[in-house]
Structures are given as structure tokens and as C-alpha cells.
Design a protein around this ligand. Structure first.
Ligand SMILES: NC(=O)c1ccc[n+]([C@@H]2O[C@H](COP(=O)([O-])OP(=O)(O)OC[C@H]3O[C@@H](n4cnc5c(N)ncnc54)[C@H](OP(=O)(O)O)[C@@H]3O)[C@@H](O)[C@H]2O)c1
Length: 300
């Protein structure tokens, strides 16, 4: 059975994200499964200030008002801009808010990303994130990429040092293979993996299966295929009409239904789109609709 229950105005706030269920990161850090990604709050090319600063602040406040308590960000978004916006919009933070940031990239210009996993860079990046986010400790610190130019042991060793110093609570990885996660887990406890994954791009299926088996949080980036799955005339148009729900919400609901460790972080610069995406938490998709959507995704 497929159900869409629209919330009353009153219960729309606070409770909507809780309808997506919860997940315990690292066994001690509860988050609601529907999160929010902050990369799209920055300027074009993930560079500089947002086109509409007030709307960016409103989006972050609305995310929290909807009960979202997992925000994904990185020092490299802007760079520095997304982390500053989070602090401006939300500090002092609600007690249950989990800010997951990342380090490991240099940004020489718009749309340019260069891996830098040298220990001195990771230490400096973490200090910068702590300062901008106005935090004493970062709940989830993700290595944005494993830098192939630097020994993996040195990169993870640096994160372990930061953890021992109380600057980060949990360690996460981003864009990794199963073999890489296993190698890192021989050195440190990994609580989350953030890989590209959505209805039309499932190259990380094996990593998702591994995370599901091992109860590691899986944070799919590009959950809307950079917005393509949200388009009115796109692959989800007919399903959207049938369910009376925005196409983007169906793409996110498919993710939420896919695995109990799935923590989608759809990104947007608009309050209207954020509200549409949050409808995902209210959609229960049955097995036959999940299969139908997967066939659509595979055919597109
Ligand atoms: N670990 C990594 O390497 C990595 C890489 C990329 C991203 N990320 C993280 O993953 C998050 C999600 O990825 P993403 O934001 O790039 O991709 P996404 O969520 O797949 O798509 C975002 C795009 O979709 C549009 N959109 C969102 N909701 C919409 C709606 N309801 N209707 C129409 N268009 C909509 C947005 O435009 P509008 O602003 O106009 O809504 C934006 O251009 C990021 O914010 C970031 O935190 C991580």
C-alpha cells in the first residue's frame, strides 16, 4: 500500500523529519534519517556568497523547524561560506543538532576541487571548521576524499589525533570503495560513508550493502541527481501525479525506503523546494512501487 498523509499545519513543523525514522551514528549519536545538505546554499560553482543571503538563512532555519537535525557541510563549500551561514542562522544551536562537516579539499576557484590529505592541511581545516561553526567539538568529521598522494595511515592518524584531543567526536568517509572502508576500519571506527547514490546512479550499491550489513550510516550525495529527479517532466513525473507528491520527494522517499542506514541530505537554496523535499518523510512506498521506481531509474 502506498500512503501519503499530509500533515496539518500544526504538526508539519518539528514532527515532519521525525517521520523519516532515526539512526544512531556510532551507537551514541541519534539523528533523524532525513537530513539537509548545505552545498547549494553557496554561490555558483560552489563558490562565494549565496545569490540570496536571506533565503539561505531562511532555508537553514526552516530545516530545523521541520525537525531536521542532521546538517551536512564542508569547509570547501564556498569555501567557508556554508559553515559561516550555518553559524549565522542557527548558533546557539539546538541541543540535538548534529553538524557533519568535512575536510580534505583545496578550492583554487569555482568548480575546482583539489584533494589535500596532508596532516597539516587536515589539522588546519578542522581548526577552521571549529572556529567558523563556533563549536568546541565537531560531532561528525568526514574525510572528504582519501588523498592518493598521502599515505592513508597518515590521513586517518590525523583524524584519530583530533578525536583524542576532543576536537571531533566521530569519523566519516566520503566517496570510498568497500575495500577502502575496510582498510580504514582496521585503524579507526567509521560511523558513516558519504557516496554518490540516487535512483539513476547506483554505482555505490555494493558500498550501501556493506554499510547496511555493518550498521554504518550511508549518506547519499546527489540524492536528486543534481535536481534532475525533481524536474516536473522528468523520470518521476507519472509517479508524482499518481501519489500527489512532488517528484523530488519520491526520489528521497525511495532512498529512505531502500535501507535503514540511509541518511539522505537533499540540498536546495529555496524554502519552497526544502518543503517539497521534506514530504519524502511522509511517503511510505510499498515493494511493488519500489521495484517500479527502480525499473524506471535503470531505464533512464
Ligand atoms: N561528499 C561529497 O563529495 C559531496 C558531493 C556533492 C554534494 N555533497 C553533499 O550532498 C548534498 C546533496 O547534494 P546536492 O545538493 O549537490 O544535490 P541534489 O540534492 O541531488 O540536488 C540539488 C539540486 O537540486 C535542486 N533541487 C532541490 N530540491 C528541488 C526541488 N524540490 N525541485 C526542484 N529542484 C530542486 C537544487 O536547486 P535549488 O537550489 O534551486 O532548489 C539543486 O540545484 C550537498 O548539499 C552536499 O551537502 C557531498
Amino acid at each position: 500500500m502506498t500512503t501519503l498523509q499530509r500533515p496539518s499545519e500544526r504538526d508539519e513543523r518539528r514532527s515532519i523529519a521525525s517521520r523519516s525514522g532515526s539512526f544512531l551514528l556510532g551507537g551514541d549519536l541519534p539523528v533523524r534519517r532525513l537530513g539537509f545538505g548545505t552545498m547549494r546554499l553557496t554561490g555558483r560553482g560552489i563558490w562565494g556568497e549565496p545569490a540570496d543571503h536571506d533565503e539561505a538563512i531562511a532555508v537553514l532555519r526552516r530545516a530545523v523547524a521541520l525537525g531536521i537535525d542532521l546538517l551536512d557541510t564542508a569547509d570547501s563549500y564556498g569555501p567557508e561560506v556554508a559553515e559561516r551561514l550555518i553559524a549565522e542562522a542557527l548558533h546557539p544551536y539546538p541541543a540535538d543538532l548534529v553538524i557533519a562537516t568535512k575536510g580534505g579539499f583545496l578550492r583554487p576557484g569555482p568548480d575546482r576541487w583539489i584533494e589535500d590529505g596532508r596532516p597539516e592541511h587536515l589539522r588546519m581545516a578542522c581548526e577552521g571548521s571549529l572556529r567558523r561553526l563556533k563549536l568546541d567539538r565537531i560531532d561528525l568529521y568526514q574525510l572528504h576524499r582519501i588523498d592518493p598522494k598521502v599515505a592513508m595511515e597518515d590521513q586517518i592518524g590525523t583524524l584519530l589525533d583530533l578525536q583524542r584531543q576532543g576536537k571531533i567526536r566521530h569519523i566519516g568517509l566520503s566517496e570510498v570503495s568497500v575495500a577502502q572502508v575496510e582498510a580504514v576500519r582496521r585503524l579507526a571506527t567509521v560511523v558513516s560513508v558519504q557516496n554518490r547514490y540516487n535512483l539513476v546512479d547506483r554505482h555505490s550499491e555494493d558500498v550501501l550493502e556493506y554499510c547496511t550489513r555493518e550498521s554504518i550510516g550511508f549518506i547519499p550525495w546527489y540524492p536528486l541527481a543534481t535536481g534532475n529527479l525533481a524536474k516536473p517532466g522528468g523520470v518521476l513525473a507519472r509517479a508524482a501525479e499518481r501519489l500527489g507528491a512532488p517528484p523530488a520527494s519520491i526520489a528521497v522517499a525511495w532512498l529512505l525506503n531502500k535501507s535503514p542506514v540511509m541518511l539522505p541530505i537533499p540540498g536546495t537554496s529555496s524554502v519552497r523546494h526544502l518543503d517539497e523535499n521534506a514530504v519524502a518523510a511522509l511517503l511510505a512506498l510499498d515493494g511493488s512501487l519500489m521495484t517500479e521506481l527502480e525499473e524506471l531509474g535503470a531505464a533512464s
